[in-house]
Each structure stands twice: as structure tokens, then as C-alpha cells.
Design a protein around this ligand. Sequence first.
Ligand code: SAM
Ligand code: SF4
Length: 374
Amino acid sequence: MPRIAHHELVGWLREDHPAALEQLFARADAVRRQHVGDDVHLRGLIEISSYCVRQCHYCGLRMARTMPRYRMTREEILSGARKAVELGFGTVVLQAGEDYGIEAAWLAEILRTIKNETPLAITLSLGERSTNELSLWRDAGADRYLLRFETSNPALYVAIHPQRGAAVSDRIALLRELRALGYEIGSGVMVGIPGQTYEMLARDIELFESLDLDMIGIGPFLAHPDTPLGAPGVATAGADQVPSSEWMVLKAVALTRLVCPEANLPSTTALATINTVDGREHGLQSGANVFMPILTPAPYRQMYQIYPGKACIDEDALQCNHCLRDRIETLGRSVGTGPGGRYTRIPSYSTPALRSQPRFTPQDNSSSPLVVLP
Ligand code: SAM
Ligand code: SF4
């Protein structure tokens, strides 16, 4: 049984009354506190390569774009991981375009080195790699994998995410494979993709719940002018089109917290990009409990332009660290220590064998919204 009925999700996503939304955000904040506490976990993000073989219609790294590209060396990646330890982070996230120049064995050796030398949890976000590669990296010590399904609507997915050659792209199936390999799995969507309706976004949130995701990243779609979805006059869903506004993202984050109370939810860099002043804080006050400070070395940050105007691109790791810690403390929250994974937080679910067991008794309705639709 879903925690929130479909029509209610759609109703909340369409809700615009500030007082009602304040109640929704407050409810999500309370559920967040009850299930994952006041800690905000810092995940150091290292964008290890901007090469990509794919042509996603939304992304500035798509292969068709001619621009300078980089791939970090082993030493650069290891030095990023050491920096994460120095700054007190519990997790390092290695992200890249779908770059087959990142060879499986080469990366596996780096993962083993990070695991041997540091206490860090490792999250990978490297696109749709083969089962053999994902399995090798899991064996080498990778703990988590992020792969956003972007939209649960099959027609919209095919329209914005072309397959590569004859290989069918099925990110939802891949997430299930990743779980079977023992990874904690993260996914997510962009809010406001041209053609995305309220109905579709509600289905996305329902899919988060049914996949029982460990991590869920939700950010606004930000048009990149050099991509098909950033071109003038791109087709939208008309009156049913979901806007890529801050409020829309916050509604989606809050509803996601209500249906996935234990998940780790970042307040995303994309959210901070549409509201540079306090977008990050608004995310944390609407159900989020994670920040992902960028650790990518300065010369490469400018070259990892998924969308224009990306927040924090001019700061260095130290500045990002201070800025984010200040923001967390100003809200009266604490900075998390240790890996901060879903299963390191919940002792009774610390082994993969226990993960399939139900986590809530039928009487537990603490994550249902208290507020009724006007
Ligand atoms: N290549 C990997 C992948 O696709 O999963 C990881 C890197 S990719 C740049 C990470 C995420 O960036 C994507 O899953 C997508 O949701 C987000 N992204 C790409 N283009 C975007 C845009 N124009 N606006 C907002 N988010 C975007
Ligand atoms: Fe490549 Fe990921 Fe961008 Fe798609 S979203 S073009 S796979 S980097």
C-alpha cells in the first residue's frame, strides 16, 4: 500500500497556497527528524571525468558537444579522497560522464586503495556500466551507486535519453541489479523536464517508494542552451507542464521524505543554483539531510558544466566546507560524522539479508501527511 494515494500526490504537487505548503514542509521536516535525525551528512563530490559517450538531451556533457574535456589521474583522485578525510567527510562520491576511458580494473585498484587508506564510504555515479564492471567495483569496496532514472514515464525517458547503439537503456532494471550486487542504491529525477506532467512526477515519487531507494536526488531541470532540451521553442506539456521552480522542487522533496522516511535526500547543487541565497537551506528544511560539497580540483570544475551557472563552481573545497558547515549550524542542525549510509544508521538493518524485511509495523502511520488537501 503506498503511503500517499496517487490523487493526493498530484494534488500536493499542484498545491500553491503558501500556508498549506508550509504545513507540508513542516511535516516533512518532522518526519526527517524522527527517522534520520538532525545530522546533515557531507558527501565530497569528485567529478572524475567529463568525457561521455551518451547524448542525453538535457545535459551539457553530452558527447555531441565540442568542448575541452578532462579525465582525472589516479593521483588526483586519491588526493581528492584524502582531502575528503581531512575535511571530516564520511563519504566520497566519484561521478563522471559515461566514460569507458575509466577502465574497470584501473578504477577498481583506486577503490581498493581508498578503502585501505581511509575510512571513507565510496559512492559511484558513472552511468550505465556493465554488470561485470559494477560487480568488480563492488568487490573492490564501492558501497553505493547513484543512477537517476530521470523520469518514470517510458515515453518521456526515450525522448530525452537516447539509447546507445542497439543497447536498450533501462535504468530502473539496472538499479535492481545494483541492489542485488549489494550496493546501497540511489536514484532521482529532474523536476521540470519539458514534457513532464504533474501526473508523471507523482508516478516518479511512487517509484521511489516501490524501489525502496536508499538515496534520492531531486533537483530542478536547468536548461542548457547547447542541448536539444535547452533550445528555444522546445515542446512542453502545456497547462500540465511541471515548472522547474524552487517551490516545485521543495514540494517533490517533501513528498519524497513522507513516502521514503529513511532515505538519504540531498539538498542539491541544482537547487542552490536556482536560489543561490538560501536554496540549500530550504532543501534541508523540506526533508533533505545531505549536502554534496564539490571537491573537484579548480581547473576541472569549470569543465564539468552540466548546466550553466552551476553554484559553487568558483569556490575551492575549503571555502565550500566552511560555507556549508555554517549553513548547517545556522539552522540548528549538526554535521554528521562517519559514513552516514542508510544501513550504517539503522543497526537492525545493517546486513543485506535483512534489507528485504518490512521496516514499519502496519500501525506506524507517522509518515502520513497530517494536513489534508484544501
Ligand atoms: N553520467 C552519470 C549519469 O548520467 O548518471 C552521472 C553524471 S550526470 C551529469 C548526473 C545527473 O545530472 C543526471 O542524472 C541528471 O539528473 C543531472 N543533470 C544533467 N543535466 C541536467 C540539467 N540540464 N539540469 C539539471 N540536472 C541535470
Ligand atoms: Fe552523460 Fe550522464 Fe550527461 Fe547523460 S546525464 S550526457 S550520461 S553525463
